[in-house]
Ligand binder design. Structure first.
Ligand code: AMP
Length: 176
């Protein structure tokens, strides 16, 4: 399969105005996921700074981040660790609250999900305000693991989410 360009990936992302509520331009990645070459190629691009052996765990963020993080973990021969919304993980967890436009949300990780010192690639589908990724990064740090990079398929740069992730190398494949 010929590797896709970032422009091809961008063309496969569908914009849905006013979903799930008025004013939100929802980036629908399902057309990209349904295309074998584009899905595989985006996983290649998300992992392109690393080779097998360089990453111990790929941490994915609930829920669309799981899709890319799990595939990246297989490609990098690394483990996969989920950061989930509060109340979903069955074992003992660490939790991190963060601000939303209205109110707050909480993400959680199992207390034994990562060994101290383990090398982590953190992945989500989309960087908006950065609150979710910053909270997930804080959980990874609480476990004593080391974040090598935070990678996103999509970045909404006008929301300046990168400013919340200043302490980490951040990459995104498609920037709006
Ligand atoms: P934030 O914490 O503001 O950076 O929001 C990031 C999270 O919300 C990601 O897990 C995304 O899946 C989701 N998200 C935020 N905005 C959008 C959007 N416009 N389209 C699709 N997903 C979004």
């Amino acid at each position: 399969m010929t590797p896709p360009t970032a422009a091809e990936i961008e063309r496969a992302i569908r914009n849905i105005p006013d979903f799930p509520k008025a004013g939100i331009q929802f980036k629908d990645i399902t057309p990209l996921l349904a295309d074998a070459r584009l899905f595989s190629g985006s996983v290649d691009l998300l992992t392109s700074n690393f080779k097998p052996g360089m990453v111990d765990a790929v941490v994915g963020i609930d829920a669309r981040g799981f899709i890319f993080a799990a595939a990246a973990a297989v490609r990098l021969e690394a483990g996969f660790v989920p950061v989930r919304k509060k109340g979903k993980l069955p074992h003992q967890t660490h939790e991190q609250e963060y601000d939303l436009e209205y109110g707050t949300a909480t993400v959680a990780v199992h207390v034994d999900a990562l060994k101290p010192g383990s090398r982590v690639l953190l992945i989500d589908d989309l960087l908006a305000t950065g609150g979710t990724a910053a909270a997930a990064a804080a959980l990874v740090q609480r476990l004593g693991a080391q974040i090598l990079e935070i990678s996103f398929l999509i970045e909404l740069s006008f929301l300046a989410g990168r400013e919340k992730l200043k302490n980490y190398p951040v990459r995104s494949l498609v920037v709006y």
